[in-house]
Design a protein around this ligand. Structure first.
Ligand SMILES: NC(=O)c1ccc[n+]([C@@H]2O[C@H](COP(=O)([O-])OP(=O)(O)OC[C@H]3O[C@@H](n4cnc5c(N)ncnc54)[C@H](OP(=O)(O)O)[C@@H]3O)[C@@H](O)[C@H]2O)c1
Length: 323
């Protein structure tokens, strides 16, 4: 039972990651006590967490691999809510996807949910991905995908899209587990997340934009891409946590833009980076909607602001070789 005057306590898994760091910052700003799980609390890559405002009094770090149930359960004990953010997001193809991706995503999620049941957590917000929504073969190209769409796991396997498979299996398991055990679980499925970094290391999706600016790609497919800012993802996570009526899945995406138009927008603000020179027409890319999240009250930043804040952050951190 929460005692009068006692601070509300929540757990964030994978606290040192790109999205989770912004979430921890926002929760600390709102006055929550935060239990953050990290695999190695002494690693320099998690040092930024301790420097966040209110962290010295209100942030407690727990050492926990997602596959270690007891460690996960210790971090969740005493919390009213849990944000399950941790899951591997590899920048390159992994040699052993079952071990490196599927097990931490699926078994890790089940470990978190089991611990939530044991701790009588009131609501769990699980970070899934549009990867669990959009991998559907033979989908009509102008038909928009919404929360009723699920990636086809067989298709993910045959196309060796292991990350999509890991997120699809994990989210399905989460919602099934919730149903079976009467646990309140809400999932949020962000599209491609960019925005400024709080952590000292570079995560996979930020690396994609950094490499684009550094000229790593001469030629790119002129597909539609769906982007969302990391701070808007955090707003979505807090919104679904706080609204009692929130339930099921929520796609979280703000801007759909073709690659050539994205590069043109970047060029108009930052003309001197080493942008791709050729654009190959082909697959159109996916149309997804965040209407359900907007109906709950979610608002998002303009794309220009997201790009400027991202690039300025990379420049300040000397991540772009031209600086
Ligand atoms: N970035 C995107 O575009 C995007 C889009 C949709 C959904 N998502 C989802 O958002 C979440 C966070 O992603 P991110 O972009 O913030 O990437 P990130 O910075 O790489 O964060 C991933 C986190 O997962 C942790 N993790 C991985 N395997 C683990 C394990 N076995 N045990 C404990 N922790 C483990 C990592 O911890 P270590 O630091 O110890 O490795 C890291 O903190 C993921 O669930 C991802 O699928 C991301």
């Amino acid at each position: 039972m929460e005692k009068l005057g006692e601070k509300r306590r929540v757990c964030v898994t994978g606290a040192g990651g790109f999205i989770a760091s912004w979430l921890v910052k926002a929760l600390l700003n709102k006055g929550f006590m935060v239990h953050g799980t990290v695999r190695d609390p002494s690693d320099e890559k998690n040092a930024h967490l301790k420097k966040l405002e209110n962290a010295s009094e209100n942030l407690q770090l727990f050492k926990a691999d997602l596959l270690d149930y007891n460690a996960v359960a210790s971090a969740i004990a005493g919390c009213e809510g849990v944000f399950h953010v941790a899951s591997p997001v590899p920048a390159i193809k992994v040699p052993n996807p079952e071990v490196e991706l599927i097990a931490p995503a699926v078994t890790g999620t089940l470990n978190v949910l089991k611990a939530c049941c044991e701790a009588k957590v009131k609501r769990v917000v699980v970070v899934s991905s549009v990867s669990a929504v959009m991998m559907i073969p033979n989908w009509p190209k102008d038909k928009v995908k919404d929360e009723s769409c699920w990636s086809d796991t067989e298709y993910c396997r045959t196309t060796e899209n292991w990350y999509c498979l890991s997120k699809t299996l994990a989210e399905r398991e989460a919602l099934e587990y919730a149903e079976k055990h009467g646990l309140d679980v809400v999932t949020v499925c962000p599209s491609f997340v960019i925005g400024p970094l709080l952590q000292p290391t570079v995560n996979s999706t930020s690396l994609f934009l950094i490499n684009l600016l550094k000229g790593a790609r001469e030629s790119v497919e002129n597909k539609r891409h769906n982007f969302v800012d990391v701070r808007d993802v955090v707003d979505a996570l807090l919104l679904v946590y706080g609204k009692p009526e929130a339930s099921g899945r929520y796609i979280c995406t703000s801007h759909m833009i073709k690659f050539r138009d994205l590069v043109d927008m970047l060029k108009s603000i930052y003309p001197n980076y080493n942008y791709p020179k050729t654009f190959v027409e082909g697959d159109e890319g996916t149309l997804v909607t965040s209407e359900k999240l907007k109906m709950l009250g979610w608002e998002c930043r303009r794309l220009e602001e997201i790009l400027i804040d991202s690039v300025e952050c990379y420049r300040n951190a000397h991540l772009l070789s031209k600086d």
